[in-house]
Design a binder for this molecule. Sequence first.
Ligand code: C5P
Length: 213
Amino acid sequence: APDGPLAGKHALVTAGPTREPIDPVRYIANRSSGRQGFAIAEALAARGARVTLVSGPVALPTPPGVTRVDVETAHEMANAVAAALPADIAVMVAAVADWRVEAAEQKIKKTGTAPALQFQETPDILAMLGESPRRPRLLIGFAAETQDIVAHAIAKRTRKNADWIVANDVSGDVMGGETNRVHLVTADGVEDWELLDKREVGERLAERIGDAL
Ligand code: C5P
């Protein structure tokens, strides 16, 4: 088995967007590239953790030593996460769709009247882990916001029963980009990190995880 500060630990990471079908040829998604989640998975594996990476559709290679499970929808992601338990550490980085629609079985045709999509909420995977009897010992969520970033993250930490929330400002080109400016929200307070490469955010977070366990 590999050694390192996280040897013997199982880390579960979600990454990327989800894709919610509208009909057989159309879907709703978001701009997440998966880069931040993949960087975290790689940094955890490099510290000796056994890593399960549940990923939405992204164009990234699987990091060395990481077991990857590919999914499309929020429901599939929730099922894959549940199937991967138990875990010592969970880092929910995926930009999971908040809503899905009841997908039409056939391609929706243009009729002169725009179709009305009926949205339903998707399962909240982070909240599900937060209340699970198999809650990972260290549960970390992300909060991508375009305004009131830290206030939302503080509220989210409590609401979803997470240990830490990594808050990031996605009003610029963070989604899909190479760099990230994050705030680490823990029970002890808020740390503002400088603008960093997503790989560096992954390294620092993995180091903190090692210190915490
Ligand atoms: O509530 P909000 O979507 O802002 O929460 C973001 C955090 O919750 C992220 O860690 C994200 O991966 C997770 N999440 C989830 N399942 C959802 C929605 C969000 O795991 N359906």
